[in-house]
Design a binder for this molecule. Structure first.
Ligand code: AOY
Length: 477
């Protein structure tokens, strides 16, 4: 029994079996389409949601991880047959074994589908198609939407990239008004690894964040950016303390814990969580008096991290105390900036709304956004769902009896769920994005590019190109 389980884990079955990576009901769908259906053509879009401008990212991961190559084998068909016989009940015959056997025999186990997609990193308003999918073998019409479950998971990296990009826009706005916009790349650091649902989530969500910023503690994201997008080193970090490395010195020796940090890291950036007992005492007395000479003598910057309390209130008070202890200048925009040897990083309670609350509060009190960086965990990688950007995948066209027919839904109970009809093409006309449907498609000028066809990755998009497309233009703010 142990050996069988070990074998299952190591034989590339289980969650590497494409036949099992779907919703149960989809296993039953091949018999539900009209007779003589030979093509199902479907598309993915954000139907609306929190942010109007979406940043498309993550499809290439799913293609390389799950779709490329001979992904159907006899072993996998047999495994699926066994799972579905038990799952739907003995004596039932729900599973489309013949359909998968056909893919194995006729196509050597490659998937006869085509995916056309926006170049990754493209930013465009919601209600535009982001990718389309269709079968390339008329006998495999049922395969298109069988793959929906897996491919709609692109909602996650797309939503993280979109959310990080919106956070970047608002941070840039405050930097523009109160400080130096060139600092933006390290203003929102990914603290999210421990707070996500899985290692895979950390990898793809963390990579999505890195389309917008350069700071991360989510090491899994570097691996995804490297192995699926050809990145070199996609993100960077600095030495930093956690509570255990400070509190293990004991409360009476808090000063020694901090002193040790300065000695271990005699130059460069170093971050130190300082709220273990009394943040304000740590700031003004320990860092600001007892260790002041060492901090001011360092070739580098000490980043003090509060980690509790109401962030706008705590951050303002901390800046005021550090300003008194270490001094500050008033910049050309009229805002206070701490002495360059000290900064702060707020890593507790950060999401889009909290960043706005903190930066506006600091600005109202005369402090530049230059003084603060943010760390974000749950708010960065986990506090999103498929409805955040209302992501959906719908069939818009079918070929039945050799005729192309438009397919759509338009529920009277929710007009927001109306779907598009016909072939879809995406266009950027003088800076304005549009999706053409209802027979108005134009494949000649379509922005959607074939990225996957018949088992092959057709277009390998580089990390560099994606980052370039995903950039925020300062003048657009
Ligand atoms: N990291 C900047 C570098 C990272 C972290 C990671 C959860 C860092 C803290 C810091 O300064 O303080 C995961 C919490 C914090």
């Amino acid at each position: 029994e142990d050996q069988l389980q070990e074998e299952r884990r190591s034989r590339a079955l289980g969650n590497n079996n494409i036949i099992l990576l779907t919703d149960s009901y989809k296993v039953s769908h091949h018999v539900q389409y009209p007779p003589n259906t030979t093509k199902i053509y479907s598309y993915f879009e954000s139907r609306g949601g929190k942010h109007r401008e979406c940043c498309f990212f993550g499809l290439q991961y799913f293609i390389k991880r799950y779709l490329v190559g001979e992904v159907v084998t006899q072993e996998k068909i047999n495994e699926a047959e066994e799972v579905y016989r038990m799952h739907f009940g003995p004596g039932t015959n729900v599973f489309n074994k013949a359909g998968w056997q056909y893919i194995l025999e006729k196509h050597k186990g490659i998937l006869p589908v085509r995916i056309k997609a926006l170049p990754e990193g493209t930013c465009l308003p919601y209600k535009n198609a982001m990718f389309t999918m269709e079968n390339t073998d008329p006998k495999c019409f049922w395969l298109t939407n069988f793959l929906e479950t897996l491919l709609v998971q692109v909602w996650y990296p797309m939503t993280v990239a979109t959310n990080s990009r919106e956070q970047k826009k608002v941070i840039l706005q405050y930097l523009k008004e109160t400080g130096d916009p060139s600092l933006v790349d390290f203003k929102l650091h990914d603290f999210g690894f421990r707070g996500v649902s899985s290692v895979e989530t950390a990898g793809i969500g963390g990579a999505a964040h890195l389309t917008q910023f350069l700071g991360t503690d989510t090491v899994a994201s570097l691996v995804v950016a490297r192995d699926y997008y050809g990145a070199g080193c996609a993100g960077f970090s600095i030495p930093a303390s956690e509570h255990s490395t400070m509190t293990s010195w004991a409360k009476d020796n808090e000063i020694d814990a901090y002193k040790n940090m300065l000695e271990q890291y005699p130059e460069g950036l170093v971050a130190c969580v300082s709220d273990s007992y009394d943040l304000y005492n740590a700031a003004s007395k320990l860092w600001g008096e007892q260790l002041k000479a060492q901090v001011m003598g360092r070739k580098g910057t000490l980043v003090i991290r509060p980690d509790s309390g109401d962030p706008p209130t705590v951050d303002l008070k901390l800046l005021e105390l550090l300003g008194e202890a270490f001094g500050f200048k008033v910049n050309e925009k009229g805002y206070k900036v701490l002495d360059d040897h000290v900064r702060i990083i707020q890593g507790d309670g950060i999401d889009y709304e909290m960043i706005v609350k903190i930066l506006s509060h600091l600005k109202e009190n005369g402090w530049s956004a230059d003084n603060i960086a943010f760390g974000s965990g749950g708010g960065l990688l986990q506090k999103h769902n498929r409805d955040t950007q209302k992501c959906a995948f719908k069939c818009s066209m079918a070929v039945i009896d050799d005729k192309e027919v438009p397919v759509f839904k338009d529920p009277i109970t929710d007009p927001g769920k109306k779907s598009k009809k016909g072939y879809l093409t995406v266009h950027n006309v003088e800076g304005k994005w549009e999706t053409r449907c209802d027979g108005n498609h134009d494949f000649e000028t379509d922005v959607l590019q074939t990225v996957f066809e018949n088992g092959k990755l057709i277009l390998d998009q580089s990390w560099e190109d994606i980052r370039k497309r995903a950039e925020v233009n300062l003048d657009d703010l």
